[in-house]
Design a binder for this molecule. Sequence first.
Ligand SMILES: [Zn+2]
Length: 362
Amino acid sequence: MVIIPATSPWMNRMTNRVTNPAGTSPSSRPASVRTTMLRLLVVPLALSALVAATGCGTDDSASTTTAAESTTTVAESTTTVATAAPAAAPPCPAEAIQVVVSVDQWGDIVEQLAGECAKVTTVISSSAIDPHDYEPSPADIASLTDAEIVVVNGCDYDHWAEETAEGLDPKPVVVNACEVVGKTEGDNPHIWYGPDFVFQVAAAVTSQLETELSSVGTYFSDRAAAWDASMQGYRDEIAAIKAEFAGRTYAATESVFDYMGDALTLENTTPEGFARAAANETDPSPGDIQAFDQLLTSGGASVLVYNVQTEGSIPEQVRATAEGAGVPVVEVTETVAEGATSFAEWQVAQLESLNQALSGGR
Ligand SMILES: [Zn+2]
């Protein structure tokens, strides 16, 4: 188990606030890995437990770096996931443009949509850095300066990127995922967990690529089709869970997974006060915690969804209650899981573990 100092009960920051030490950091996932047409991946279910912790809270008072040793209650075995990666992108018939993506949750998608016709730089591509509170380095700002297109999450999630892009002259084209899907500041910012949102944002990115580099014919629409095909496993897994488990309940220690929960037509039974406190990054009241404990011990949640990048004594306590009550714990991550070579692979592995938890749960 992870030992958390008792300094703050809620969402203790597991890592110090970090500015990107190496300046710009292009995606750590080599393009060659993505060019395989069809890979058979063995994804350990506990994979997500291995990522360095970051989180949603703003409390920097306690900062420990703890290799997450937490066990997953779902299964310790491995599962086999078939994931198609898009076909290798052909060379670009024109000079590539510069695209900067603020966070890696969108970085892989943009890279695949752009192919060889854009040099894509992802500013935060390490799961050890907390996107919620990231402070850009001078090199990050410089990389934005050269961008023809900047892709940000928005919804106040990566405010630094929105602000930097706004202040540039000439101003790059900005694709703001939050705005694309009709959300606004104050809404749940975890847009990449909404399947419909993911496809909407991808379409907006493709559209801007086509506008910026109109001389390349069907290059971007071909890439979009290849990417879309590579997302089939993701769509299938969502459909499978929906078909079998619609209406089943889940509770969560924070809101990261909620758009996916909605898409899966699961019922979120997280006590309202607790969810509100988590969203506002404040401490839930003892009554909120008691309500959560009661929910878990009385069969009010089929599974507990747990963001391993946001740990603290309260989420840990909730998890312990779930484990004690035999409620399966499904681990998810805020950013692309360490070792995942694509957005689809990351998401499918998590959905598989949710599917398995729901299968075994009450
Ligand atoms: Zn978050």
